[in-house]
Design a binder for this molecule. Structure first.
Ligand code: P5A
Length: 450
């Protein structure tokens, strides 16, 4: 992409309405624009990041054997009356009446609709286990939308739903989701810690929230410091293997880690004092096992193979896709702007031409652009007639992990400069070497072939 052809409305001023750094930086970097309270337009750079995050979520869901699908945002209230949640959900549900005076709503979550799909088409245990998911916009009429995409009213969520014959199988689905979520967040450069939580309006007894530690997080959390040393890494998991998934769950949840809703001061006090931590966190996901809470009232039954008909065991699992942009920025920025992790960056590297219009500089930049593209990398070429300082400031603000700087002095010796956004370290090398280095850096982050 060439910057002169892009739409990147960066702001020089710090927007006064934004209280936390991720909100400020997303506005300043021209990623989002508020349309009304808690509702945002996603401008090209923000939308690109949203798609990057979606891509990783899809890949990891499919890897775990879950089936992508899509349900509508506007739903009939009737299904929600069947489950009893139409009244129970309260003021957060945006209720709509259509021209025929039918009660509709904008989906805040989709347990009812997926259960309806299931009961219409599945009648036998032979079709189980089944997990389907979607990445779809949700609406919750939050009383206090704030912090930009962190607590929006309209937000993008990955929501998945499992259907199993037995509680044991449904708990395997729960464990499998926990494992796949660990992997998903790590690919985004995040450490998200599973913590015992409260199930709220979704229901059920088993639930974990995934929290990214950050001072600006909305949740207060209590944990054993040892938990932050755990890494998922590049373990190869057989997602059908119950024992393997359970072992990972046990490893990541056996130490004390709870949100304030489930915090137990006595248990916490048993952790050695130097390991007790009280901090704040951003909830980037939550998994639930709620058994037959929806299948029973809605009649989602299957033949159990032994002459009986039983309600299926279910769980649901959510990832805050749009919130993740804010969480990544909270975890990775400096005074000059965002620092995207290599696993999720809108462009792989910026190309900064220090002397636009100079034949040698222009040709070198074009050459780099073509070579990067040929290597499967996406550059953002700052080809504006701007001073170097302004170009550097824009690159720093939008946070591409790497920058190639092309100037007449370096080019005289056949060199360009490759600079790390995170460390600021720069190294002179030939354009070919710079592209080769970038290809090497990004090799582990290539989209998985699945
Ligand atoms: C699980 C999927 C559910 O709704 N039903 C379907 C279950 N869970 S949840 O915890 O309520 O939401 C899942 C994730 O969505 C994000 N989230 C939000 N993101 C931005 N703005 C909001 N107002 C908002 N509310 C929830 C969170 O990351 C949450 O973990």
């Amino acid at each position: 992409m060439r910057l002169t052809r892009y739409f990147l409305p960066v702001l020089k001023e710090t927007p006064s309405e934004a209280q936390i750094v991720s909100h400020r930086l997303m506005l300043r970097a021209g990623m989002i624009k508020q349309a009304s309270a808690g509702i945002y337009s996603w401008l090209p750079l923000g939308y690109r990041m949203l798609r990057r995050i979606e891509q990783i979520v899809h890949e990891e869901q499919i890897r775990a054997g879950h089936l992508p699908m899509l349900m509508p945002t506007i739903q009939s209230a009737d299904l929600w009356r069947e489950s009893g949640r139409y009244d129970a959900y309260g003021a957060e549900m945006l209720r709509i009446t259509d021209r025929h005076d039918r009660d509709m709503l904008f989906t805040p979550t989709a347990e009812e609709l997926i259960t309806d799909i299931f009961r219409s088409h599945v009648a036998s245990y032979k079709d189980l286990p089944l997990t389907m998911y979607q990445i779809q916009w949700k609406f919750r009429d939050e009383i206090r939308p704030r912090f930009g995409v962190m607590r929006g009213r309209e937000f993008l969520m990955k929501d998945g739903y499992n259907f199993d014959l037995t509680k044991e199988d449904a708990l395997h689905a729960y464990n499998r989701h926990l494992v796949s979520y660990l992997r998903t967040y790590e690919r985004m450069g995040l450490q998200a810690i599973p913590m015992r939580a409260d199930s709220g309006p979704i229901g059920g007894d088993d639930t974990h929230e995934f929290l990214v530690l950050a001072e600006t997080g909305e949740s207060e959390v209590f944990y054993d410091a040892e938990i932050t040393e755990l890494k998922f890494g590049d373990r190869q998991i057989d997602y059908d293997d119950h024992a393997q998934c359970r072992a990972v769950l046990e490893e990541f949840t056996s130490r004390y880690a709870r949100t304030d809703e489930t915090h137990d001061a006595d248990l916490f006090a048993q952790i050695p004092e130097d390991r007790q931590r009280v901090a704040r966190g951003i909830e980037v996901g939550q998994i639930f096992y709620f058994g037959t809470k929806y299948s029973e009232p809605m009649g989602a039954m299957v033949d159990d193979g032994q002459g009986g008909r039983v309600p299926v065991h279910m769980g649901s699992h959510g990832i805050g896709v749009s919130r993740l942009l804010g969480a990544i920025i909270e975890a990775s920025h400096d005074d000059n702007g965002i620092i995207w992790p290599e696993g999720v960056t809108p462009f792989h590297a910026g190309i900064v031409n220090l002397k636009q219009g100079d034949a040698a500089c222009d040709a070198a930049c074009e050459g780099l652009y073509a070579a990067m593209t040929a290597a499967g990398l996406e550059p953002l070429y700052d080809d504006r007639e701007e001073r170097a300082g302004a170009k550097f400031a824009t690159m720093d603000l939008i946070g591409l992990p790497w920058r190639i700087t092309v100037g007449p002095r370096g080019l005289a010796g056949g060199k360009v400069e490759l600079t790390s956004r995170r460390t600021g370290e720069a190294e002179e090398m030939t354009p070919d070497a710079a592209v080769a280095r970038l290809a090497e850096i990004y090799a582990p982050h290539k989209a998985a072939l699945i």
